[in-house]
Design a protein around this ligand. Sequence first.
Ligand SMILES: O=C(O)CCC(=O)C(=O)O
Length: 253
Amino acid sequence: MELTTLPLSSEQRESIDALGFVSLGRLLDDVQLASLRDRVQELIEEEGEQGGHELFNSNRVKHPKEAGADRLANLANKGAVFDILYTHPQLLSAIRQVLGPEIKLSSLNYRSARPGHGLQKLHADWPNAVEPGEFKVCNSIWLLDDFSAANGATRLVPKSHLCGETPEDAMDDPLQTHPDEIILEAPAGTVVVFNSHLWHGGTVNRSEAPRRAIHSYFCRRDQVTQTPQRELIRPETLDRISDQAKWLLDVSD
Ligand SMILES: O=C(O)CCC(=O)C(=O)O
């Protein structure tokens, strides 16, 4: 599929290839951020405990609920405000830099770490380490709040996507701090794309407010998606979105 993309700079390509992540900067303005936060809040109130129920693993088993985190999933069907989060031309270049041209959206989901919660094991979103060129999954995180070391920002271990091991193999306790980890500190509106084979995870939110973000998570086209988009696609979504978006959701024949 010929996608509308905006090329990465050579520094950005180098960053995602060598370090495993790249910041695309502040791609959302204050108006977009306010609309996203408002829509997310409405959905949290509507869905309550059901939030995130459209997320599955590759065997179509429901994704386990994470204590202390609010989740929403299937956002591609829950408002036009979310469309940009999986169709942005520069995002698509960064995802293709990792996965090659044959990509699709695996899930578009929201995660918020509540105050006092949010610590996750360092993990890769794939069960085993893979060789460069064989990467299957690639994530992006759209920050709805400023991220800081105090409020549960994501941690990343640069270059770990190339180390040939998973955190479970290499660490006694993946909940612990890794000596090489960095904390993703950036203003709200920023998007960071990271190779999902990179070791990463949430940290504890020590602030008084939730730490909110949306993950636009992609996989190679031959993989099983976290959200079964073909089953869940709504007529109003099909009426609204472009042919390119339908291809990315893999809902067109
Ligand atoms: O939201 C974050 O900081 C990271 C979330 C994550 O890696 C996950 O839920 O698998």
